[in-house]
Design a protein around this ligand. Structure first.
Ligand SMILES: Nc1ncnc2c1ncn2[C@@H]1O[C@H](COP(=O)(O)OP(=O)(O)OP(=O)(O)O)[C@@H](O)[C@H]1O
Length: 288
């Protein structure tokens, strides 16, 4: 019986090449799988998805040209491939920069150390978090518009320079005062680093996201734009509706309540907090 099975298998496997797989090969396969997965996620979440679709269509077109031996088209495609590659890098420079910055943010060893979550590791205190939350909902209740950027790993110096330099402790009273209508500092965004407000009236980059709801104006677009170019958490209070929204990682979550805002802030309160945990709260369908 066993001999029969052996003969049956050897009939099919004779002449086949079986590579000798070592543990290092398995590790290599796992690493490549993770890299390919991350690249696919990146492509899906950025404009690179459009690029990929464009490349696929171009590839299909070139294939047709090759099948029918359209030599001029094939020559042109061959000649322009280098130019197209450079053009793609130029067009997708912000996305590539963001992807590399994200890679730099990852701290492989921090999560292993259980004693790392100490106060030195803290970005801002509970008091600051409460100040921000209270200010947002108090401003929301009287429809005072506000734009608050909470810095994380990426320093926002270039955006601070577009505004007026401040150096004051975060509190709900100060934030409410800054965004009070018809006061010199109410326009633009406030940047918070740690427990301090570093500047006000800052100008943020506008998002060119086409899918964002048409009834959102430049304040929300600026919040989204800022979250696309850096890892900051951007809070918007709408002057029109009083709703509080949060932009992070190129996604806008609209109309969140105080508890949800507190959760979002507590996710970034510690430098080594796991960004994966973040997904459980806010990404549940407010994204427009
Ligand atoms: N690029 C920017 N950077 C920082 N702040 C900006 C930027 N663009 C607009 N703002 C702020 O947004 C205000 C205009 O908000 P606008 O009404 O256009 O936006 P909105 O998204 O509809 O918000 P709201 O719901 O509060 O009306 C400006 O007065 C300014 O304070």
């Amino acid at each position: 019986m066993l001999a029969g099975i052996r003969t049956f298998i050897s009939n099919y496997t004779n002449g086949m090449y079986f590579p000798h797989i070592q543990i290092i090969d398995i590790i290599e396969i796992l690493i490549i799988t993770v890299i390919v997965y991350e690249i696919m996620l990146w492509i899906k979440n950025t404009k690179a998805w459009m690029l990929l679709r464009g490349i696929l269509m171009l590839g299909a077109f070139i294939l047709v040209a090759w099948i029918f031996q359209m030599n001029t088209i094939l020559y042109l495609a061959k000649a322009s491939i280098n130019v197209l590659a450079v053009a793609a890098v130029v067009v997708f420079q912000p996305e590539l920069r963001r992807a590399l910055e994200k890679l730099g943010e990852k701290n492989l060893f921090s999560n292993i150390n259980p004693f790392d979550k100490n106060r030195e590791n803290e970005r801002f205190s509970d008091e600051t978090m409460e100040g921000i939350v209270r200010a947002c909902y108090e401003m929301g209740s009287v429809c005072t518009g506000a734009l608050i950027v909470v810095e994380q790993a990426i320093q926002l110096t270039e955006y601070e320079m577009t505004g007026i330099e401040l150096d004051c402790k975060v509190s709900s009273q100060v934030l409410i005062n800054i965004f009070e209508h018809n006061t010199p500092l109410h326009d633009g965004a406030v940047i918070i680093r740690g427990n301090r407000i570093t500047s006000a009236t800052c100008y943020l980059p506008l998002s060119d996201n086409m899918t964002i709801s048409k009834d959102l104006g430049t304040r929300h677009r600026a919040a989204l734009g800022m979250s696309e170019v850096c890892d900051a958490l951007v809070i918007v209070v709408s002057e029109e509706t009083g709703l509080v929204s949060v932009a992070s990682g190129g996604r806008l979550s609209r109309g969140i309540n105080a508890e949800e805002l507190r959760k979002e802030l507590s996710q970034i309160q510690y430098r080594n907090s796991d960004p994966k945990k973040k997904k459980f709260t806010i990404r549940k369908g407010w994204h427009r």
